[in-house]
Design a protein. Structure first.
Length: 496
């Protein structure tokens, strides 16, 4: 048996098989160990498929050996390989960091069930990335969402419960909208396989049910992706979730919904619906501009670090959707590249916040006064992650913003105006990152008699690995750039 042929299925099967084992473990350290090893194994599978994709291999797996469109197909190409790297790497890093962090936030008797929910979320997110079946996207979406609700509500702060309830309500509405859209297209085409759907929808593209389906799917996925102004669930959900959970989900959860939106829209709708590229751009571009400017402005005045970074995530989603709204290969390349680079930056920042929370659980800006003197490694990591978020040269964040600016400049005067929006958004990011730096480095300690100590070594090591990855991929961007350009060319191959 050639194991390479089954990697796409193993990406889902391995974590799914580990879930009941983890749930039955009574020793919390053993539950953590099995969950971490499972996530690392999923990461190794993702790396193996990425290497294959870069070498020209396109992974396909037919469940039960039933050929599509009658059977369920799993497929991994450049876009899904990049997303799998983000999902599995974020999960593995956050689980390694959770060894100390979760001890202060989760009761020991609940650790096994918590880690089981974590691996279930990993399986659901990975399933969305590998399936080529529109209905199975919904199935895996619900698996990951239900597990994410458990993870986000698991912290000690009871304010997390209403935040998760809002996330549940809006997430359910988004998933329902998506399912209605898929049902309408299935009614018109009789297939759920995305490629087969793209071929058959041409014959009925002028029918109102298909137009309604495009609207339902786009709005539903925009809700799940927290695209402005459908982002209301995100700030509180990220703020009150356990710190390592925020690091995991902030790096990949919204990116998965954006992935489905890009996959569905460019494969099924763009080439088949009259004037759809114009309508797509007209919808996404204003939302992206408002997201960058308004969310960044709100972040500038936030007093809680996690909430500040959560609003920053809404703004960064704006950069991703702005590139997609150009409906060009260069714009899509920048968009997909920013999915990878923002995951690096935001994951690093929330891991640094987890380090801070070990000594400063309040996470208010005023609590940071002078703390850089007693936690130098933590704050150095936070500063470097912030520089990548801003887009300073030498960091990963700069690469994707540079490609986005290059794509915009091809539009002439309109492109210059949009470049100004990016510059303003980046300057706003300088302001809210500087607020953290100013408090930590230039203010006198609020309580000199009780200085904070540095975070545990294992947590610091994981954080610095993530931070240095921002620098590495800022200087050597070949891997994500190759995947992004290949993904963009494949997506635009469905359009004239």
């Amino acid at each position: 048996m050639n194991l390479n042929e089954h990697l796409a299925a193993l990406q889902i099967v391995v974590p799914l098989l580990a879930v009941p084992l983890i749930a039955l473990l009574q020793l919390r350290r053993m539950a953590w160990l099995v969950a971490t090893l499972t996530s690392l194994m999923a990461f190794a599978i993702a790396v193996a498929m990425t290497v294959g994709v870069l070498n020209g291999q396109d992974y396909q797996y037919f469940m039960g050996n039933w050929q599509p469109p009658y059977g369920i197909e799993l497929r991994v190409d450049a876009l899904s390989a990049l997303l799998l790297l983000v999902i599995t790497a974020a999960s593995s890093a956050a689980l390694l960091a959770s060894y100390h962090s979760l001890d202060t936030q989760i009761e020991p008797r609940r650790h096994a069930l918590f880690y089981a929910a974590w691996i279930l979320a990993l399986a659901g997110l990975s399933g969305i990335a590998v399936t080529a079946d529109a209905f199975n996207v919904f199935v895996f979406m619900e698996i990951s969402s239900l597990a994410s609700y458990v993870l986000m509500a698991g912290g000690p702060d009871r304010r997390g419960l209403p935040a998760v309830f809002k996330y549940l309500i809006l997430g359910t509405i988004g998933a329902t909208f998506y399912l209605i859209g898929v049902g309408l297209i299935y009614m018109m085409t009789g297939t759920l396989n995305l490629e087969d759907m793209a071929q058959r929808v041409t014959q009925v593209a002028d029918q109102k049910p298909v137009l309604a389906a495009a609207g339902f799917i786009t709005v539903g996925l925009a809700l799940k992706a927290a695209m402005f102004p459908l982002h209301l669930w995100l700030p509180n959900a990220y703020t009150y979730a356990p710190h390592v959970v925020t690091a995991f989900l902030a790096a990949c959860a919204t990116k998965v919904s954006l992935y489905v939106l890009l996959r569905f829209d460019f494969l099924v709708f763009q080439d088949n619906l009259v004037s759809h590229p114009l309508r797509f751009a007209s919808l996404l571009m204003p939302m992206a501009i408002f997201a960058i400017l308004i969310a960044s402005a709100v972040a500038m005045f936030e007093k809680n670090i996690k909430r500040l970074l959560a609003w920053s995530s809404v703004a960064q989603i704006g950069y991703i959707t702005l590139g997609a709204s150009l409906v060009t290969v260069s714009g899509l390349t920048a968009s997909v590249l920013h999915i990878f680079n923002h995951a690096l930056a935001k994951g690093s920042l929330f891991l640094a916040v987890a380090c801070l929370a070990m000594r400063l659980p309040g996470l208010q800006l005023r609590d940071l006064a002078g703390c850089a003197r007693s936690m130098p490694w933590t704050f150095a990591a936070l500063v470097l992650g912030g520089l990548s978020l801003i887009g300073v040269p030498g960091t990963a964040g700069f690469i994707s913003k540079w490609y986005l600016i290059s794509a915009l400049l091809t539009l002439g005067a309109a492109g210059v105006a949009l470049v100004a929006v990016i510059v303003i958004g980046s300057l706003m990011a300088v302001v809210y990152i500087w607020r953290i730096v100013e408090q930590a480095y230039f203010q006198a300690p609020s309580n000199p008699a009780a200085p904070a100590a540095e975070a545990p070594l294992t947590l610091l090591v994981v954080t610095w690995v993530a931070v240095l990855a921002n620098v590495y991929f800022g200087l050597q961007p070949a891997l994500p750039l190759a995947l992004s350009s290949s993904a963009a060319a494949a997506l635009m191959g469905a359009t004239p």
